[in-house]
Design a binder for this molecule. Structure first.
Ligand code: AMP
Ligand code: MG
Length: 321
């Protein structure tokens, strides 16, 4: 039997026993506390809180990201125009941070119809929420400092104020305040040491959150064409794996165009960002998105992150609510 076989699919609310409802309620309180703490941190640092959108002509291509596994892309016509459900608000963030909202965050809905075989990874949902943020003029180091401070503040305060919930979840003693600065690894070194499966190896070996940099993926992450190095990063949590992806962003027209063509991404879906870049209206920014269900899943010590959702979104499992 594999580890995955032991993972149960979280049940909808109406099917929970009294004990399960108590546990669900504790996880819900940890989620509320986490949202309060993180949004406070960002607002206090001058970030503007934007409301999300669900339907747009342009959304994240999610390609070429080696971690993506999309079974279906949702596209519908409204008012005679094709729109897609939000895969992430990366394109919106880049335009917003370049114009009226230089520092911004959004609790953004992400709809990604993951392959049904991901039901029991415990880490994948077909609908989830990112705390997605972007800052004009920021570099990777600024983002590391901001995220580390946000997470340390959250865990410190949680351990003080949510003792009873953490006790019910058996996380009172095992959840430790991480030491800063978090360690930084280059993906090339990890690959050389552990091979293609480096993500799984570091996830099981680390005891504190760590950064991994230089990961080839979508066109909007910054790539140094001379060295081939990517100025981007993921944050990994012990036992849970990737909880955040982010980068310094591309903003120069020729680079964006070259990368879109190289990746064979449909240019017409990204005409606005190309136009803004061509007119030098796209500004240098950096940012990231934190998966809320994974972050809270780690804090609460769940087996499946759908336990953090009131209405579970497990790949391949559609409930009435
Ligand atoms: P990505 O844009 O794919 O790097 O996603 C950003 C963050 O969202 C990840 O680091 C995860 O925390 C979270 N995330 C991505 N895909 C999923 C998924 N299918 N289910 C739950 N969380 C996800
Ligand atoms: Mg990622």
């Amino acid at each position: 039997m594999t580890k995955q076989d032991l993972i149960e699919i979280p049940k909808p609310l109406d099917q929970l026993t009294a004990t399960e409802i108590e546990r669900k309620s504790c996880i819900g309180k940890v989620m509320t506390y986490t949202l309060k703490s993180l949004t406070n941190t960002y607002v206090n640092k001058g970030f503007q809180w934007l409301l999300p959108v669900a339907l747009s002509q342009s959304t994240d291509p999610l390609w070429p990201d080696p971690g993506a596994s999309i079974e279906k892309r949702i596209e519908v016509d409204i008012y005679g125009k094709p729109v897609r459900t939000t895969a992430s608000m990366i394109i919106h963030k880049l335009i917003a941070a370049s114009t009226a909202y230089p520092k911004l965050f959004i609790l953004s809905p992400n709809i990604r119809i993951e392959k049904a075989e991901r039901a029991k990874t415990g880490r994948h949902l077909y609908e989830f929420t990112q705390l997605d943020f972007e800052a004009q003029g920021a570099c990777s180091k600024d983002i590391f400092i901001l995220v580390e401070e946000a997470i340390v503040t959250l865990i410190k305060d949680l351990k003080r104020e949510m003792k009873s919930e953490l006790t019910t979840l058996c996380r009172c003693d095992t959840l430790k305040v991480p030491k800063t600065p978090f360690k930084i690894y280059d993906r090339v070194e990890l690959e050389a040491k552990y091979g293609k499966d480096w993500e799984a190896v570091i996830t099981s070996e680390i005891t504190d959150p760590v950064w991994v940099t230089n990961i080839p993926r979508e066109f909007y992450d910054f790539e140094d064409f001379r060295t081939g190095k990517w100025d981007n990063y993921d944050l990994f949590l012990p036992q849970f794996g990737e909880v955040l992806s982010g980068a310094k962003r591309e903003y120069e027209y020729t680079k964006i165009l070259t990368k879109i063509e190289r990746d064979q991404v449909k240019k017409e879906n990204y005409s606005l960002i190309l136009k803004m870049a061509k007119e030098s209206r796209l500004k240098p920014t950096a940012g990231a998105g934190i998966g809320m269900e994974r972050l809270v899943g780690w804090i609460a010590g769940v087996k499946h992150i759908a336990e953090c959702q009131p209405f579970p979104r497990v790949p391949g499992n559609v409930n009435e609510l």
